[in-house]
Design a protein around this ligand. Structure first.
Ligand code: AMP
Length: 278
């Protein structure tokens, strides 16, 4: 396994693979890797000739008051996990290599970024769109793997990939959960025991909503209200029922919808969701 540190090195490696006729699978991450990331890496390794995982804590997607400096960094362990899965490259560019002096170009995806995390974190998706475009341009993947854990992000990347004719297949992988249901997240390590146990109400409220949906409930307001009540112990940022592709709010459940939640639990901002097709 090779560790590459700059866009030019990454691009040279990718061009060589394509010249040899090999397909490239790519899993972009911010590191502090867990089983959720591992599921993306395994799919990338299995479904392509060669595979790349990127580890880059992207400064442009953090607001000044957010956890950029505190974000967990476990590079050695991340590389060991990537190697055990059979990844060919860990692409870990420096912030300087990604955003050199004078950097001035950003990718802004409209509409699909307006609600949910885009409403509470106004510059977040501009950072995500920009960094993913830059990573795609260096890694040149045939397929890129994203988690449903960040379902709005996956919808934004699908929109951007279509709109900019990137010609990359975007694969969305299911949410990997702890045995008790908590969605795995690098930020879970911020939680103490009491916060960890309160955090469970996110997945439990969503599981209860899944039950309502399966029993035939189609009224969005009633489902959202039930989830809000189930999350009384945490500081809710949003509970929203939206179309899974456009991320527009829906009044009734039709087609494929996304029921998404975000909450502050102690020091951690946590998100979770379910998708349901009526
Ligand atoms: P992050 O390192 O948090 O930026 O996440 C990198 C990628 O891993 C994103 O596509 C996430 O959606 C995905 N991911 C993070 N946690 C999970 C999880 N619990 N299950 C599945 N995918 C995940």
């Amino acid at each position: 396994m090779t560790i590459l540190r700059s866009p030019s090195e990454m691009r040279a490696w990718a061009d060589e693979q394509h010249r040899a006729g090999r397909t490239i699978g790519f899993a972009p991450t911010m590191g502090a890797l867990h089983e959720g990331h591992a599921s993306l890496m395994r799919a990338a390794a299995e479904q392509n000739d060669v595979s790349v995982v990127s580890i880059f804590v992207n400064p442009t997607q953090f607001a000044p008051n957010e956890d950029l400096d505190k974000y967990p960094r476990t590079f050695e362990a991340d590389c060991a996990l990537a190697e055990s899965i059979g990844m060919d490259v860990v692409y870990a560019p420096t912030a300087r290599a990604m955003y050199p002096e004078g950097y001035a170009t950003y990718v802004n995806v409209e509409r699909v970024t307006q609600r949910l995390c885009g409403a509470s974190r106004p510059t977040f998706f501009r950072g995500v769109g920009t960094v993913v475009t830059k990573l795609f341009n260096a890694v040149r993947p045939d397929r890129a793997y994203f988690g449903q854990k960040d379902a709005q992000q996956a919808a934004v990347i699908r929109r951007m990939t279509r709109d900019l004719d990137l010609g990359i297949e975007i694969v969305e992988m299911p949410i990997v959960r702890e045995p008790d249901g908590l969605a795995m997240s690098s930020r879970n390590r911020y939680l103490d025991a009491e916060e960890r146990s309160r955090a469970l109400c996110l997945s439990q409220a969503l599981a209860a909503a899944q039950g309502l949906l399966e029993a035939g409930e189609r009224d969005a307001a009633r489902i959202v209200e039930a989830v809000r009540q189930g999350m009384a112990e945490v500081d809710i940022d949003y509970v929203e029922l939206v179309d899974a592709e456009t991320i527009e709010r829906v009044a009734r459940v039709e087609g494929t919808v996304l029921l998404a939640v975000a909450a502050q639990v102690g020091p951690a901002r946590l998100i979770d969701n379910i998708k349901f097709t009526a």
